[in-house]
Design a protein around this ligand. Structure first.
Ligand code: ZN
Ligand code: ZN
Length: 284
């Protein structure tokens, strides 16, 4: 698995076994995150069409042919739309919990699956991945941490509340992708029907800007180099509101705060493994 070239050219390749990450899309219409250490490249979720994921990878000088696996957080359509297509097209194994796979006809019939259990770490080639349970209205939803050379990435979207387990696992991250789904006032006064407002705001729905700030106030530390806000509602939030709320929890002297988008993939973010190197945002 390790002989695939991960990048189309050298320009995007991590120089020292760092972690390179790109949020290809984030939001209720589709989610996918590209993560690579220069040797192993994976997608966390594939919730856009296969063609769109290929297009967005290419726009950042990345290649779908270089992928080694897809990891699935949960069975909602905005996270799995092209998991089957990409798995078949590129022969990719799909790492998914058994309960999640059983909950979706699309995932149940995949040929190449590897089951993981929330709470038990697993490896994909050189990447160490730890899935942990989150509170969301799916069969067995997971957040993830990915560790490499003493660097740690945390990924937590689609969670109604930040449980003690979530707060525990997201400690000591160097880079965090964290949900900031809605502004509570916009949700309450917005156009959603009452049952949907209750679902979004509930314990198994989505994390608000305010809850995201409260979580970050607890787990922020000086080595947290970058927080990327994710899964923003297009109806009940704005990037400005999310940033204005969550920035209260971080110190801009050592933590960069950005927001991911539904329509445009993020810049490549490179987290170097050398302690002396700081995070770079690669402009491509
Ligand atoms: Zn989602
Ligand atoms: Zn979901």
């Amino acid at each position: 698995m390790s002989d695939k070239p991960v990048f189309l050219s050298n320009s995007a390749a991590p120089q020292d076994s760092g972690i390179c990450l790109c949020v290809l899309a984030s939001g209720s219409k589709g989610n996918s995150i590209y993560v690579s250490d220069g040797t192993t490249a994976i997608l966390i979720d594939a919730g856009l069409s296969g063609i769109e994921i290929e297009r967005r990878l290419k726009s950042r000088d990345l290649s779908a042919e270089s992928l080694h696996a897809i990891v699935v957080s949960h069975e909602h359509d905005d996270h799995i739309r092209s998991v089957g297509v990409l798995s078949r097209r590129y022969g990719l194994p799909v790492y998914v919990s058994a309960k999640t796979a059983a909950a979706s006809p699309q995932l149940k019939n995949l040929k190449k699956t590897v089951a993981f259990n929330c709470g038990a770490s697993f490896k994909i080639n050189t990447l160490n991945i730890h899935p942990f349970s989150i509170s969301h209205d799916a069969a067995d939803p997971a957040g993830f941490t990915i560790a490499l050379n003493q660097k740690k990435i945390g990924i937590a979207t689609d969670l109604g509340i930040a449980t003690a387990m979530v707060r525990h696992h997201l400690q000591a991250c160097d880079l965090l992708i964290l949900e900031a789904n809605h502004d509570p006032d916009m949700l309450i006064s917005g156009p959603y029907p009452w049952h949907l407002k209750q679902r979004v705001n509930g314990r198994t729905g989505h994390l608000s800007n305010r809850d995201s700030r409260i979580l970050l106030e607890e787990i922020q530390h000086q080595q947290l180099q970058h927080v990327i806000l994710a899964h923003l509602s297009e109806t009940n939030n704005t990037p400005e509101k999310a940033l204005a709320e969550v920035c209260l929890a971080i110190n801009p002297l050592y933590t960069q705060l950005t927001v991911s988008s539904q329509d445009i993939c993020s810049q490549l973010v490179l987290l170097n493994s050398s302690p002396s190197e700081s995070l770079e945002v690669c402009h491509v």
